[in-house]
Write a protein that binds this ligand. Structure first.
Ligand SMILES: NC(=O)c1ccc[n+]([C@@H]2O[C@H](COP(=O)([O-])OP(=O)(O)OC[C@H]3O[C@@H](n4cnc5c(N)ncnc54)[C@H](OP(=O)(O)O)[C@@H]3O)[C@@H](O)[C@H]2O)c1
Length: 278
């Protein structure tokens, strides 16, 4: 999928290609769990890994990529500036360099501000430093995560490059049409985190019935829904069979059950939701 950054004069800058499906590695903090899961995923055909400084496993992401012997250019690595580190221009630059060091890579494909900096005065300088990282070639694309419509529209006053991506919770139980529209209006793609609502909803009986009709697993229904809605979709699993099951969702045709899946919406937030913060 093509991503880019809209400039104030309406042009696109720093165009990049992102695989629309990837592996999330949140809560893979035990030694080796993250590396082993990534190696299984790469073997199964995954080409995109979503990590973050807050997950404490960037070093394992780097190790897995090197151990796989797959060319760096064939893979797409997303990482994030931790919210507590998003405190100013210089801090942002230093933390980007630290992530590069932990990953032991020459560049990051997509670097995200993990959530709107808690102090609103820090939002402009943090973003301007993200832009600097982009211009230096340390990162190929920049974006945000957990930004709500008001955070995105405020960026128009200080951004030289609007974000290419807004990573937010999105799944059949939290479809967020307003936030999706605001993200697209900013020129960004939605990246769906927690597509399985952190696993809270895989045993939902309604989802089970839909899966039975489609002849696939419940998790595959939820993942393919996010994907078909045009979102970059990054389910997490450290279970080898589920890592394979999740990528196989891309082969499932959910169109006959689309309305039933749409009707699962219940505004369920499985994790946190900074998008509504001031
Ligand atoms: N930007 C942010 O603020 C933010 C917040 C949350 C997540 N994220 C990103 O999004 C990624 C995915 O979100 P998430 O980790 O919160 O949750 P998720 O992908 O919605 O769900 C993960 C949970 O579902 C289970 N699971 C995975 N595949 C399954 C399957 N086929 N059948 C049954 N259970 C299955 C996993 O257990 P097993 O591992 O045992 O399979 C795990 O407990 C994260 O890893 C992270 O990269 C970003």
């Amino acid at each position: 999928m093509r991503i880019s950054h809209i400039t104030p004069d309406g042009n696109e800058a720093y165009v990049h290609e992102v695989p629309q499906f990837g592996l999330g590695v949140f809560l893979m903090s035990d030694g080796g769990e993250c590396k082993d899961s990534i190696l299984t995923a790469l073997e199964a055909g995954y080409t995109h890994i979503d990590t973050a400084r807050a997950y404490n496993n960037e070093h394992e992401v780097g190790k897995a990529v090197r151990e796989s012997n797959i060319e760096r250019e064939s893979l797409f690595i997303t990482t994030k500036l931790r919210r507590g580190h998003a405190t100013g221009y210089q801090d942002t630059i230093e933390h980007c360099q630290k992530s590069l060091e932990l990953l032991n890579m020459d560049y990051i494909d997509l670097y995200l501000v993990h959530a709107p900096p808690e102090n609103p005065d820090h939002r402009a300088p943090v973003w301007q430093a993200m832009e600097y990282c982009l211009e230096q070639g340390w990162v190929k694309a920049i974006g945000v995560s957990n930004y709500g419509p008001s955070h995105l529209s405020a960026m128009k006053d200080y951004a030289k490059y609007m974000p290419s991506v807004n990573q937010v919770e999105f799944n059949p139980w939290l479809q967020r049409p307003h936030l999706k529209q605001a993200t697209e209006d900013a020129g960004a793609k939605v990246m769906a985190y927690s597509p399985l609502a952190r696993g809270h909803k895989v045993d939902d009986p309604q989802l089970g019935m839909i899966a039975e009709k489609l002849g696939c697993t419940p998790a595959q229904v939820a993942i393919k829904f996010c994907y078909d809605e045009g979102c970059i979709t990054i389910p997490k699993s450290s279970n080898p069979a589920r890592i394979v099951e999740n990528i196989q969702s891309l082969d499932v045709d959910i169109s006959s059950q689309y309305e039933a899946i749409k009707s699962l919406e219940c505004n369920y937030v499985s994790g946190w939701d900074p998008t509504t913060e001031p």
